[in-house]
Design a protein around this ligand. Structure first.
Ligand SMILES: Nc1ncnc2c1ncn2[C@@H]1O[C@H](COP(=O)(O)OP(=O)(O)OP(=O)(O)O)[C@@H](O)[C@H]1O
Ligand SMILES: [Mg+2]
Length: 213
């Protein structure tokens, strides 16, 4: 089943020095249970693409469907979770409260504590549960943000450079978690420069010249 369907996406940014069209008719389709990694030079538009897929930004033309539903401007939180490059943790909530947030926003979830603890343990940050994001390292914060992204078992998981701040010892747990999310049926799109991440992909694509190759 197709979980992510992006067709003919165009996105132009305005700059004082002239407009730049970053995406030029980009197509992407990702099945449920599939991991697609997106490579591409810095500035090629990987993060811009994820923003369009997640509804944080709107294309100038073209359209995005998530699980068959059109994404019209607003992030479809019931379908999709995002690990942004800037992480976006709520600074006034502890690590554990951040990870629990998607579960608390979804009525009927009764195993919040267990799920949060299991994810933090899996990612090696259980001892940081009661700290605030500003009190943990960047790599620890990145794992907390990943835990938050996956906690609500989204149908579509969009992650931007999920291993960028991790050492070699912390990376395997992150990769195992991403693989398991796909195994549980999520469509996973990962923008990355990291060969270890590309190695777990079902399909690798490269963003170049505003389209995927
Ligand atoms: N909101 C914006 N306004 C203007 N230009 C933007 C905006 N967002 C991105 N850009 C430009 O679009 C291009 C693509 O940026 P993007 O962040 O998607 O690149 P990237 O492939 O994710 O790079 P990196 O690997 O460094 O994360 C860049 O040239 C950037 O300067
Ligand atoms: Mg980026």
């Amino acid at each position: 089943m197709t979980a992510v369907s992006a067709s003919a996406l165009r996105r132009r940014f305005h700059h004082p020095s002239g407009d730049v069209e970053i995406l030029r008719g980009l197509d992407l389709s990702v099945d449920a249970g599939e991991i697609v990694t997106v490579a591409g030079r810095s500035g090629s538009g990987k993060s811009a693409l994820l923003a369009l897929l997640g509804g944080f930004d709107s294309p100038d033309s073209g359209r995005v469907l998530l699980a068959g539903e059109p994404v019209d401007g607003a992030p479809p939180w019931h379908l999709c979770a995002v690990l942004p490059q800037a992480l976006g943790l709520a600074g006034e909530l502890t690590v554990a409260e951040n990870v629990a947030l998607p579960l608390r926003l979804r009525p009927g979830t009764d195993v919040v504590e267990e799920r949060v603890t299991a994810l933090l343990e899996e990612l090696g940050i259980a001892d940081l549960a009661d700290r605030y994001p500003a009190e943990v390292s960047f790599g620890q914060r990145q794992r907390a943000a990943l835990a938050r992204a996956v906690s609500g078992r989204p149908k579509v998981l969009l992650t931007d450079e999920p291993t960028a701040h991790l050492d070699a010892a912390s990376t395997p747990a992150v990769l195992r978690l991403l693989r398991r999310c796909a195994g549980e049926g999520a469509a996973v799109v990962i923008a990355t420069h990291d060969d270890a991440v590309h190695a777990i992909a079902d399909r690798r694509v490269r963003l170049t010249g505003g389209v995927l190759a």
